[in-house]
Design a binder for this molecule. Structure first.
Ligand SMILES: Cc1ncc(COP(=O)(O)O)c(C=O)c1O
Length: 351
């Protein structure tokens, strides 16, 4: 048998990452921070109107969508790049600014794909831990970790899985300190927190903001995101992007999604009410948790974390174990109050 090819050292060193996406159909899915009821009906209607045999035969065209989405985000079209989910936005920022051996700063715990793409690029990853007691944004430690060799800083605001956020002032401090580095502020949960750095783009030439249609908009299956920055940065990043990485169905869906603002506003209102309900039920049951600015709550289940996840799964309710990075912690997505009641019913039985 022939020898297998040796991959790059960066790939050999990486730990495999495989999120538990199998077998979720039919369950109450409180495990991936998706929209738990589905996208706006207008999106499906729009797809029905615009999809045809001919439309699917043609390579995607982005001009109209870029103009409409730029308008929606309050930026100019040359400041915005359509991306294949946030994941491609992260990858593009890393590929554009980080060479093998360069330093990339990330927080711990945070969204796994920051480390993933930094490692693929062969970067030196510096992880700055959240303080365990509060899981508050560790600004001072992050500022201290930035060196002249730092080429990128990748953070989520609010953060996953902690649910905690940084203020605009804190991020501005970071942007000043890391002026020589690309700073990506991943705003995947913006719709739930209401806090964004977008109005500050002009002040910070190193600021990149990403948004996604995978969470509040309910389009995770289509992989649609946006990367927004000053026009000169976007021109560089676009140079390194594959010309058709976003498919035409995702583009149509995103255009329709931003037309139905009322749907997302109502969904977010319901999710916030559901989060409040979940927190008050956890209080009543004496189960500690961290306060959240997103559509999920990080619950401190202690030594029963894995048992809780498994027994909920047996009852048809999926939640996400995070105990491998925060001992005893389980992350629960919120969607509707009715879903919270179902979860609490099961929790009461198990706890
Ligand atoms: C902070 C953060 N960013 C991005 C994503 C994924 O975004 P997308 O589906 O747009 O790639 C997630 C999903 O869990 C997330 O938690």
């Amino acid at each position: 048998m022939a020898d297998t090819l040796e991959p790059r050292a960066a790939i050999r060193r990486m730990a495999p990452y495989s999120p538990p996406t199998a077998g979720r159909h039919g369950a109450l899915r409180l495990d991936f921070n998706e929209n738990t009821v589905g996208c706006s009906a207008h999106v499906l209607e729009f797809l029905r109107q615009h999809l045809s045999r001919e439309a699917l035969a043609v390579y995607p065209e982005y001009g109209e969508a870029r103009r409409e989405l730029a308008d929606f985000f309050g930026v100019s079209p040359d400041q915005l790049l359509l991306t294949n989910g946030t994941d491609e936005a992260i990858q593009l920022v890393v590929n554009t600014y980080v060479d093998s051996g360069d330093e990339v700063c990330i927080l711990k715990p945070s969204y796994a794909m920051y480390r993933f793409y930094a490692e693929v690029a062969g970067a030196q990853v510096r992880e700055i831990p959240y303080e365990e007691a509060t899981l508050a944004f560790p600004l001072a430690a992050l500022l201290e970790a930035i060196t002249p060799r730092t080429r990128a800083v990748l953070i989520a605001n609010p953060n996953n899985p902690t649910g905690t956020g940084a203020s605009v002032e804190q991020v501005a401090c970071l942007l000043e300190r890391a002026r020589h580095a690309a700073v990506l502020v991943d705003e995947a949960y913006y719709e739930f927190s209401g806090l964004t750095l977008l109005p500050h783009l002009a002040e910070h030439p190193n600021l990149f903001v990403s948004r996604t249609f995978s969470k509040a908009y309910g389009l995770a299956a289509l992989r649609m995101g946006c990367l927004i920055s000053q026009a000169a940065n976007i021109a560089w990043v676009r140079k390194g992007q594959s010309p058709y990485s976003v498919n035409a169905v995702a583009v149509l869906a995103a255009r329709a999604a931003v037309q139905d603002r009322q749907y997302v506003r109502r969904y977010v209102e319901e999710a916030l009410a559901a989060r409040e309900l979940l927190c008050s039920e956890l209080d009543r049951m004496g189960i500690p948790y961290y306060p959240s600015q997103a559509n999920f709550v990080l619950v401190r289940a202690g030594h029963r974390a894995l048992e809780l996840r498994d027994r909920l799964r047996e009852a048809g309710v999926l939640v996400r174990d995070r105990s491998y990075e925060l001992p005893g912690c389980v992350r629960i997505t919120v969607g509707t109050r009715q879903q919270v009641r179902r979860l609490v019913e099961e929790l009461e039985r198990i706890w």
